[in-house]
Design a protein around this ligand. Structure first.
Ligand code: HEC
Ligand code: HEC
Ligand code: HEC
Ligand code: HEC
Ligand code: HEC
Ligand code: HEC
Ligand code: HEC
Ligand code: HEC
Length: 618
């Protein structure tokens, strides 16, 4: 059996009953490639069947990163140059080759170049926006993952493990076999881990295709293919043969995205069923009838998830702040549903996101694809579309207490702050909340005000929140009163807080209002952090400092070598130039009037560092 191009047609109406015996044919494993395969059945027909009638929708999807999330390895899919470099990690170097349109890697001894094993074919890719992961042919225990990934923005190979907030550890090979155990759930269309007929993993389509969001399309294609539509459908009426998320309630619509942008652990009892049948959920259905969403606090979960949490007690802290707000990027559905605007209003993902670029969108396709937001929805318009009373400029700035055109007046900066982390950067929380010092303290999460006012203490924010919004002012200890919140996160916070502060130090809005002359000692501390992801995020932010635009840490090097570079380049530079802070900032940012660091306080705070191991389960 062959694939055309990467799809095995296995449907009744689409190509007739020619494959009635397909179950048998599929059983002949020797004909199948050493990787998961794409088979269209169960009513799925594949995106290429939609193109002839929906060219515009097909084109915008084609340009989206959903489409290229998972691809069969090919010259057009693979972003990394497979020549000219031999990336190495922990004693193993990887020789990369292209050979008659295929891609191969051979593990070598890093010193000496002796071959460690035969070459393996690259069979599948994951990702295409920020970075790309390469999967090597399945030799029986599942596909192996190349431990180095291609970082698209950096244009270099980096260790995969450096991209995650997880306690430092050597490469373990634990990713082998994980594609079909884990990634298949969210990175492909209608995936099944072990198909009863075919044995290995199979999907309806690699990547997130039309039918992930619109449901299986066979009936729809047949319907319109037969030209029946005009007789039976009123103009503008819903088409009963396909799902249009826009016509669903906000809950049903958001659940479509929530399949993948949400946290749904599989209890042991249900995993077996999933392994062989895949997920039963189809767009338009009630997601909670077939999946269990993990909510952020123990009490909010039903019986099944509470039982799951008793067996996996760390799960909540690996995904949520202690107040139950999700802290990870990519899990926006969990964020959305805890928002008042969703619970008491009709906020949905498509209130702000356009999954197909609209014709009115002034941006080019690449700019739209970056976050698939509707025009203007990265600013106040996202809120003003419903909260119309705030459109009045006086009402607006009376509410925000900032100048109308200030970054401090953008609703999102206070109500959807950058407290979620993933893919080595912060993204906006998708839970609409209001800034409150009491809540921030209790959940040990950053307060929106201090993510922008990096030079101010929590006490300073508490004063203004009390004055402006009548908040009750909580009791704070001396450090919280006096020391800038960002300094406390960076020096004594746990790895999750350090990662967020490393990001905030590079946020242009924050740099503009907070000044940057006092920051060098925070950079040099974060650039020597034991967690790779913290160092990575800090190095990205550090490039905004004058003279460091091309600053890079080599994450394939031993951490001591990286630290030496930071000492030579960063530390020595700021010791030479000194620190620069305004009079009213100095105390909070630990800078003495002569431009030196208040070392005593620095050491005392640093000594309190929370070293609890943190693993953010993106
Ligand atoms: C033979 C032509 C044809 C093909 C092939 C086709 N469609 Fe359609 N589709 C239509 C027509 C006609 C409409 C109604 C157009 C309108 O809204 O006026 C429609 C409407 C839709 C709608 C909107 C339904 C609504 O209720 O608003 C969606 C979503 C959709 N199609 C998705 C798909 C997907 C996904 C595929 C591929 C699996 C596909 N279509 C293949 C002809 C086709
Ligand atoms: C629960 C659903 C889910 C699972 C399971 C999952 N991912 Fe993802 N993944 C996502 C979402 C959603 C994003 C987009 C996050 C964002 O843009 O912030 C993403 C993004 C990524 C990216 C970045 C892609 C790019 O183009 O830059 C990579 C790489 C990735 N995932 C790899 C994996 C791998 C490898 C696995 C399996 C071990 C996996 N993911 C499992 C949902 C999932
Ligand atoms: C990640 C989810 C997602 C994917 C993938 C996706 N769509 Fe859509 N599609 C939507 C949503 C949401 C809407 C309705 C709201 C909107 O326009 O953004 C929509 C609307 C449509 C419509 C109705 C007309 C319109 O533009 O409003 C058609 C037709 C359609 N999609 C076809 C397709 C086809 C064909 C593909 C694949 C080539 C595809 N979609 C892939 C989410 C998706
Ligand atoms: C079948 C799983 C799946 C479904 C359904 C899905 N997504 Fe995604 N989404 C992903 C994955 C995986 C990524 C990461 C793609 C990448 O960046 O390469 C992603 C990326 C995104 C991105 C960021 C694009 C980027 O690369 O920066 C946005 C925004 C997004 N999805 C919104 C939505 C919305 C809104 C819906 C529902 C209408 C939706 N998604 C449905 C899995 C899914
Ligand atoms: C109130 C508006 C709003 C709603 C509702 C909303 N988003 Fe977003 N979303 C945004 C904004 C603004 C950003 C850009 C955030 C940033 O710059 O970090 C974003 C970013 C994202 C990203 C990261 C994109 C990237 O560039 O990597 C993903 C993924 C995403 N949203 C998915 C969703 C999903 C899924 C839903 C529904 C569960 C949703 N969003 C609901 C406004 C919204
Ligand atoms: C789709 C419409 C919609 C959008 C978009 C929307 N909201 Fe809401 N929001 C509502 C509704 C409806 C309520 C509930 C109001 C009530 O109960 O009186 C609400 C409630 C709130 C509340 C809580 C009010 C209270 O008294 O507890 C806040 C705060 C809020 N929204 C802020 C925002 C911000 C900030 C944005 C933009 C990020 C936003 N909303 C976007 C509809 C929306
Ligand atoms: C500087 C920070 C800040 C900005 C910017 C901001 N808000 Fe608020 N907002 C708050 C705080 C703080 C509260 C809580 C007030 C309280 O506790 O009574 C709040 C409360 C709200 C509420 C619920 C109470 C009410 O008045 O109904 C809504 C709705 C709201 N904001 C919408 C918006 C919208 C829309 C924007 C943008 C036009 C915006 N906010 C910009 C800080 C901000
Ligand atoms: C995204 C950035 C941003 C956020 C978030 C933000 N501000 Fe501001 N803030 C500014 C800017 C910029 C100014 C300069 C004056 C202006 O634009 O109005 C400012 C000025 C101020 C000032 C007056 C100047 C000073 O330093 O004394 C105070 C007080 C203040 N902000 C408090 C707050 C509080 C409290 C919050 C949270 C409720 C907050 N800000 C949230 C950006 C921000």
């Amino acid at each position: 059996m062959t694939e055309h191009p990467h799809v095995i047609q296995h449907t009744t109406t689409w190509i007739g009953v020619a494959l009635a015996g397909a179950g048998l044919a599929l059983g002949q494993e020797q004909d199948l490639p050493p990787r998961p395969v794409a088979i269209v059945d169960e009513g799925y027909v594949g995106s290429s069947s939609c193109r002839s009638c929906h060219r515009g929708n097909h084109a915008s999807w084609q340009a989206s990163y959903h489409r290229s999330m998972t691809q069969v390895a090919s010259a057009s899919a693979i972003l990394a140059p497979f020549e000219g470099v031999t990336p190495a990690l922990e004693g193993t170097a990887w020789r990369l080759e292209r050979d008659s349109g295929e891609f191969f890697v051979t593990p070598l001894q890093a010193t000496g170049g002796e071959k460690l094993a035969e070459r393996s074919r690259v069979v599948l890719t994951t990702g295409s926006h920020h970075y790309q992961i390469y999967w090597l042919e399945d030799r029986g225990s599942g596909m192996e993952q190349l431990p180095l990934i291609w970082h698209r923005d950096e244009g270099e190979w980096v260790p995969r493990k450096s991209m995650f907030v997880t306690p430092p550890s050597p490469y373990s090979g634990e990713e082998t076999g994980r594609w079909q155990r884990t990634c298949i759930k969210c990175h492909a269309t209608n995936g099944t881990q072990e198909h009863p007929e075919q044995g290995g993993a199979r999907v309806a389509e690699f990547g997130i295709s039309c039918e992930s969001c619109h449901g299986p399309g066979e009936a729809h294609v047949t319907f319109h293919g037969d030209g029946e539509r005009s007789d039976t459908l009123e103009p503008g009426a819903a088409d009963p043969t396909i799902v249009n998320p826009k016509r669903l309630s906000h809950q049903r619509s958001a659940e479509i995205c929530g399949q993948c942008h949400g946290i749904h652990p599989l209890p042991k009892e249900e995993r077996k069923f999933w392994q062989h049948q895949g997920f039963g959920y189809r767009p338009g259905q009630v997601l909670s009838e077939s999946r269990h969403l993990l909510r952020g606090t123990y009490e909010k979960n039903g019986k099944v998830m509470q039982a799951f949490l008793r067996r996996h007690p760390d799960t909540l802290q690996d995904h949520f702040w202690s107040d139950g707000e999700v802290r990870l990027a990519g899990r926006e559905y969990n964020g959305l549903i805890e928002s008042p605007c969703f619970q008491r209003g009709e906020l949905s993902c498509i209130s702000c996101h356009d999954l197909h670029r609209s014709r009115q969108d002034p941006r080019n396709t690449t700019a739209w694809a970056d976050d698939q937001l509707a025009p203007g929805m990265d600013g106040p318009k996202a809120c003003l579309q419903c909260h119309e009373d705030y459109r009045d400029p006086v009402r607006w700035s009376t509410h925000t207490h900032h100048a109308p055109d200030s970054t401090g007046s953008n609703c999102l900066n206070c109500h959807m702050p950058y407290t979620s982390y993933g893919l080595t950067r912060a993204i906006r929380s998708h839970t609409v909340t209001t800034p409150s010092v009491a809540n921030a303290l209790k959940a040990e999460k950053p307060l929106a005000c201090n993510l922008c006012h990096l030079d101010r203490s929590l006490g300073w924010s508490a004063d203004h929140l009390a004055q402006w919004y009548d908040h009750e002012r909580p009791e704070l200890n001396t450090d919280l009163e006096e020391v800038a919140a960002s300094v406390l996160w960076a020096l004594r916070g746990n790895a999750g807080l350090r990662a967020l502060s490393a990001w905030a130090l590079g946020w242009p809005a924050a740099r503009q209002i907070s000044g940057t002359g006092w920051m060098p000692y925070l950079f040099s501390t974060l650039l020597m952090d034991p967690y790779d992801a913290v160092r990575w995020t800090a190095s990205q932010s550090h490039r905004r400092n004058p003279g460091f635009a091309s600053f890079r840490l080599d994450f394939t090097q031993h951490i001591e070598e990286q630290r030496n570079r930071v000492r030579e380049e960063v530390l020595s530079e700021w010791l030479r130039t000194g620190l620069d802070a305004q009079d009213d900032q100095r105390r909070a940012v630990l800078v003495r009037p002569d431009g030196t660091l208040d070392e005593e306080r620095f050491r005392r705070i640093y000594a309190q560092r929370d070293r609890t191991p943190i693993s953010l389960q993106e």
